[in-house]
Design a protein around this ligand. Structure first.
Ligand code: CMP
Length: 142
């Protein structure tokens, strides 16, 4: 299987709950490797640009407000099938529909404050990783 990279975000409510280490531990225990990481507090412009595909949705402004209200923790993850694997570890978007043991079930509060973000495809992952990380900020193992 191909080695992929994907973007993970620990959202404001995950950072506020002090579960950054717990989430990283789950990521590493599933065999994914962290090749980039940093805290950032997003500007409105940066958050809007990130979620641009949702700009016409009713929840867009609320989501941007939530994502800019507190620091987030950005991660670039690498491993075999990383995009799918990280989505499996997170669970579905809505925590109320997520299985026990998934991050969103365990740490999400609602569909907006769902603790973590993950890229939804390899194409999105490429855009999202590049949106937050310069090449020089990523650990190149290969
Ligand atoms: P995320 O993985 O960050 O990608 C887009 C985000 O939009 C999603 O997680 C949710 O936090 C948010 N979102 C999706 N649907 C809704 C909704 N119906 N109401 C509020 N927020 C939503």
């Amino acid at each position: 299987m191909a080695i992929e990279r994907t973007l993970a975000i620990i959202k404001p409510n995950g950072v506020e709950k002090n579960v950054v280490g717990e989430i990283i531990s789950r990521i590493e225990s599933k065999g994914l490797r962290i090749v980039g990481a940093r805290f950032v507090q997003l500007s409105r412009e940066k958050a809007e640009g990130f979620y641009i595909e949702h700009k016409d949705k009713t929840f867009f402004q609320g989501l941007v407000h939530f994502m800019t209200g507190y620091p987030i923790f950005l991660l670039c993850l690498e491993g075999e099938n990383a995009v799918f694997l990280w989505r499996e570890i997170m669970g579905p978007t809505d925590p109320s529909k997520a299985a026990p043991g998934t991050i969103r079930k365990d740490f999400g509060d609602n569909i907006e404050a769902n603790a973590v973000h993950g890229s939804d495809s390899l194409k999105s992952a490429e855009r999202e990783v590049a949106y937050f990380f310069d090449k020089s900020q990523l650990y190149n193992r290969f």
